[in-house]
Design a protein around this ligand. Structure first.
Ligand SMILES: NC(=O)c1ccc[n+]([C@@H]2O[C@H](COP(=O)([O-])OP(=O)(O)OC[C@H]3O[C@@H](n4cnc5c(N)ncnc54)[C@H](OP(=O)(O)O)[C@@H]3O)[C@@H](O)[C@H]2O)c1
Length: 219
């Protein structure tokens, strides 16, 4: 399996990248980043790309791919709807539209989040925009598209978030994870389990298009 990873420098992207590099059935990982990660591995090839709203300049590199793990995203905290939508909806659909045209047999896996609003009409801005993004992805003619909606995620193996807010939250709650996992098992996973579940779904599919937090550990 040859995969493309978008958002590999982030917390979830680093987790997926680790599992891809460890998995013998993943033969190559193409990572699209806006600045070099510094990471090197025989299976990894990194493309540094400037404009995530337009992938036409790198189209020749984006063929022969079986799956996409789309982990790019931002927290909506302090952002206007217009700015949040540009990153969440516009960038995702720009990448997905290019990839599906070049790889119609591709499985596309998108990370949204618990509480995403599929109706696109609720009061929470981020949930509406993520819902709109999910719905647009599900309409594209991929071989299959899956929406992962994790809730809390414990970063393992030295992984950290690019988002300061998440870094602070996870630093404060980290020692409580074993307790929290016992109390709310369906709302917590780890970067390792999430990454492994995403790779598993890319390989073998899943019964549901929308993978909720409670489904991740069982996959
Ligand atoms: N962490 C959680 O607990 C959690 C839980 C549920 C859902 N989620 C969702 O999962 C997604 C990823 O979260 P994360 O925690 O991995 O985030 P993160 O650590 O902040 O990483 C964000 C990633 O997106 C990239 N990115 C952001 N804005 C970009 C832009 N304008 N152009 C190009 N690349 C951009 C970053 O690249 P740079 O390195 O270049 O900045 C980085 O690779 C988000 O949509 C988030 O809402 C996260």
């Amino acid at each position: 399996m040859r995969v493309v990873l978008v958002g590999a420098t982030g917390m979830i992207g680093q987790g997926v990248l680790r599992e891809c590099l460890l998995d013998p059935e993943v033969h190559g990982v193409l990572s699209i980043v806006r600045s070099p990660s510094g990471q090197q591995h025989e299976k990894l090839r990194e493309i540094v790309h400037g404009d995530f709203l337009d992938f036409s300049a790198i189209e020749p590199e984006l063929t022969g791919l079986d799956a996409c793990f789309f982990c790019l995203g931002v927290s909506s905290a302090g952002m206007s709807e217009e700015r949040y939508r540009r990153v969440t909806y516009d960038i995702t659909l720009a990448a997905a539209g290019t990839l599906v045209r070049l790889n119609p047999g591709m499985t596309f896996i998108y990370v949204s989040g618990a509480g995403t609003d599929s109706t696109e009409r609720g009061r929470s801005m981020w949930a509406r925009v993520k819902g709109e993004t999910e719905n647009a992805l599900l309409r594209l003619p991929f071989k299959a598209a899956y929406m992962f909606r994790p809730a809390g995620i414990q970063p393992l193996h030295g992984i950290t978030s690019r988002t300061r807010l998440y870094r602070v939250v996870y630093a404060l709650t980290g020692p409580l994870f074993p307790l929290l996992k016992a109390v709310i098992p369906n709302h917590l996973t780890t970067t390792e389990r999430l990454g492994r579940a995403m790779v598993e779904v890319a390989k073998h599919g899943a019964k549901k298009r929308v993978i909720e937090s409670r489904d991740i550990d069982s996959i």
